[in-house]
Write a protein that binds this ligand. Structure first.
Ligand SMILES: C[S@@+](CC[C@H](N)C(=O)[O-])C[C@H]1O[C@@H](n2cnc3c(N)ncnc32)[C@H](O)[C@@H]1O
Length: 445
């Protein structure tokens, strides 16, 4: 069962009401009146609003009067969580059973549908609500503390009545919290929409809501019925051509890719052990940012960079900026038809094969294998998503649907990867450390 703990309460009090007047907030003060600890009712109301948002609880007006000590808060909240569980409205139900069926024995199926299935099925609408709040920068507006709706609307450039309705909808699922007198503040989920949050999801929210991704998803039924992508069908041109024709979207897409690829560069570089190689072909290497980081650390290494012409067009100045341009041969084209150069120690495909269906991926890999010839020391480095099998949560399962709809590509399980590599003339070297994004190193066989 869900339980609201003293540690959580302390964390919320310290974050939203500050430190006590004296001493520490710990088990020793669990029965001391909040008043004696130096907290007033406005501060406590804010803490209660946070609890309400975190657990999606519907707390009655006046409940504060029953919660005069930390223990009373814990007891009241846990009692509410318990009764919600018994009503079948909680999240504590067992969804997976050994028989594979849904166990709804402790749940009333109609309320489960109303709350959970409906929420998921209306997710598209909720995504637009989140997108709107992200575009208006509401999380930044209330970054220093809750504000009333008129002030938020003025700062965000929105109509106060409409913004109130959209914020109220978001707050019903824990994104922002409505406090007294139509004020709104941040919640842990809303923190993810702040522009100064390095772990925030603003670029992802925007990416998922612009025409580039949104329109093809209108035709997801087509993709699922036929197995074909819906990009060209809805937008009339291929993905790279769309980006070239819409330079503003192209710039945003580049920034979005950079946002992901630049986040983990240090960790990734460690894994590849590039010091083993004197030459590297980065296929689908984008604007060359990752390659530039490799070359900067390995001054003896020479390289080859390949991507669509419109993409590699941006690589020259970037490689120049990192002082490695003269060591890189750049070529533009379509990888599924490329004549990959022979003679490189390592061939890298980083987040590229998931754009391809199995036939295309196999074609690219076989071309690399051909060019490795009889150089048994040559290595293929594939960095891509490895899907969690079964019902486990994995963001890759969403990305997989993206790949289907946008490119006709796919994410792969470990078994899928092993089979694809084998069919293409490769064998895995060692046992990869499988995370969501995984480095698969293979040798020619
Ligand atoms: C997700 S990005 C990864 C970029 C880069 N490897 C990185 O990790 O930062 C995928 C890249 O593959 C390129 N790509 C996908 N399919 C391609 C194809 N058929 N021909 C050329 N480039 C392709 C895209 O243009 C894009 O730059």
């Amino acid at each position: 069962m869900q339980e609201f703990t003293l540690e959580e309460l302390v964390e919320l009090i310290e974050a939203h009401a500050g430190e006590p007047d004296e001493g520490e907030l710990d088990v020793s003060v669990v029965d001391v009146l909040f008043q004696e600890l130096g907290y007033d009712s406005v501060q406590l109301l804010e803490v209660v609003s946070q609890i309400k948002a975190r657990y999606g609880l519907d707390l009655a007006e006046g409940i504060l009067a029953e919660m005069r000590t930390p223990r009373q808060v814990l007891d009241t909240i846990n009692e509410l969580l318990r009764s919600r569980q018994h009503d079948g409205m909680g999240n504590g139900m067992t969804v997976h059973t050994s028989s594979g069926a849904f166990d709804l024995s402790h749940n009333d199926a109609s309320s489960l549908h109303a709350q959970q299935l409906l929420l998921l099925a209306c997710g598209g609408r909720l995504a637009r609500v989140v997108y709107t709040l992200a575009e208006l920068g509401v999380a930044d507006v209330v970054a220093d503390g809750p504000l009333d709706i008129d002030t938020i609307a003025e700062k965000a450039g929105a109509d106060a009545v409409s913004l109130y309705r959209v914020l109220r909808c978001a707050a019903s699922v824990g994104i922002f919290v409505e406090g007294p007198t139509r004020t709104f503040g941040l919640t842990p989920l809303a923190e993810g929409l702040r522009s100064d949050n390095p772990n925030g999801v603003l670029p992802l929210v925007r990416y998922n809501n612009i025409e580039l991704t949104h329109r093809p998803f209108d035709e997801i039924l087509h993709s699922v019925r036929t197995g074909e992508p819906s990009f060209e069908r809805t937008l009339g041109v291929s993905f790279p051509d769309y980006l070239s024709a819409n330079p503003e979207v192209g710039r945003f897409f580049d920034q979005f890719m950079s946002f992901w690829s630049r986040q983990f560069v240090e960790e990734e570089l460690e894994q590849y052990r590039f010091e083993r190689f004197t030459s590297l072909a980065d296929l689908g290497g984008g604007d060359g940012f990752f390659l530039a980081q490799v070359l900067k650390r390995h001054p003896e290494m020479s390289a080859y960079l390949y991507d669509y012409p419109s993409v590699v067009a941006k690589a020259g100045p970037l490689l120049e900026e990192f002082g490695v341009r003269e060591r890189v041969e750049i070529e533009g084209g379509d990888l599924t038809r490329a004549d990959v150069p022979a003679g490189y120690d390592a061939y890298l495909l980083k987040a590229v094969l998931h754009w391809q269906n199995d036939e295309q991926a196999e074609g690219i890999l076989k071309e690399i294998r051909r060019k490795m010839g009889d150089n048994a020391a040559a290595r293929l480095l594939v960095f891509d998503s490895v899907l969690d099998p079964g019902n486990a949560w994995d963001h890759g399962k969403f990305l997989d649907v993206d790949m289907l709809v946008l490119f006709g590509g796919r994410e792969r399980t470990f078994d899928d990867w092993t089979a694809l590599l084998r069919r293409s003339g490769f064998e895995l070297v060692g046992q990869p450390n499988v995370f969501h994004w995984t480095l698969l190193e293979a040798k020619p066989v």
